[in-house]
Design a protein around this ligand. Structure first.
Ligand code: ADP
Length: 280
């Protein structure tokens, strides 16, 4: 007798989502229109969707809707589902890493990384010493051992993003949202962060939606790349056949390979066409 595994609902689904700012006023503007996609729940693995598109095309709006942030949520029309359930509000199944200021300036590195656990202490059933041990473990994982007692202002931009990543991933969100997380960093630091994300991602197996303005970064980190149309944004083109980074392998080496650069060129050309309103 064969037993069929029930098919899981998608991890994330946008159904014809539209977002209009200031509807019915003279300042009315459409940020998103007919945004439809689904990211399947792959067993033992999360998908990594990288989103690029012209500035102001609604990429952050899409992420903020999925995070259900106050001020953006709900969509004007359409439905957003996480694991088959309509999103009602923020939840710890979704974690966000911003370009900057993801951490509390008044808390130390340890305080910041502990924060989410403390907030969810009862639900997680963790003791004080377990919270402390877990936070220190994550601080080590993101390469910040020895910096536990520092405040964010005492850290470099790259180190601050490491804190932001640790405080998000420690909660084991099924969905990780990253909005230009490395844009404010210099190139070597950015490469280091990409390496860190690849290593951690193999471990946490979350589904990631990453907004970036770097096509190289999108191709490197994403296992699918979406190009959004100019506002109102929707997916103008999807690339699924992109190279997959290998944990432990140097990002620089992979990003210099001719076959990698050929895909970057192809996507850059498609981006240019979409931005200019031509067929992709
Ligand atoms: P992207 O991330 O692609 O650069 P955004 O999602 O930030 O674009 O913005 C899309 C459009 O929505 C822009 O025209 C922006 O000015 C507008 N917008 C974003 N947030 C708000 C808001 N809170 N109120 C009004 N308009 C907004």
């Amino acid at each position: 007798m064969t037993t069929e595994t029930p098919s899981q609902p998608p991890v994330v689904e946008f159904r014809d989502v539209c977002k209009t700012w200031n509807p019915g006023t003279r300042r009315e503007s459409k940020a998103l229109e007919h945004l439809t996609f689904r990211i399947e729940d792959l067993p033992g693995k999360g998908e990594f969707a990288a989103i690029i598109g012209p500035s102001g095309c609604g990429k952050s709006t899409a992420l903020n809707l999925l995070a259900a942030f106050h001020g953006t949520f709900p969509p004007t029309s359409g439905e957003i589902l996480a694991r088959g359930l309509p999103i009602q509000g923020p939840g710890k199944d979704r974690g966000m890493v911003f370009q900057k200021y993801s951490s509390f300036p008044q808390l130390t590195v340890l305080g910041n990384v502990r924060f989410g656990l403390e907030l969810n202490r009862e639900g997680l059933g963790l003791s004080e010493s377990q919270i402390d041990a877990l936070a220190r473990e994550w601080i080590g994982r993101v390469g910040l051992r020895g910096h536990e007692d520092k405040y964010p202002r005492q850290l470099s931009g790259g180190q601050q993003q490491r804190v932001a990543i640790a405080r998000t991933l420690i909660l084991k969100p099924r969905i990780v949202l990253m909005d230009e997380p490395f844009s404010a960093l210099d190139e070597p630091t950015r490469i280091e962060m990409q390496r860190l994300i690849v290593d951690l991602w193999a471990e946490v197996q979350a589904t990631v939606l990453l907004v970036t303005h770097s096509i190289v970064e999108a191709v490197y980190l994403g296992d699918r790349v979406w190009i959004f149309t100019p506002a109102p944004g929707r997916i103008g083109r999807e690339f699924t056949d992109v190279p997959v980074p290998i944990p432990g392998q140097s990002p620089m080496e992979m990003q210099k390979a001719p076959e990698f650069l050929a895909i970057v060129d192809e996507i850059a050309e498609s981006f240019r066409r979409i931005e200019q309103g031509e067929a992709s």
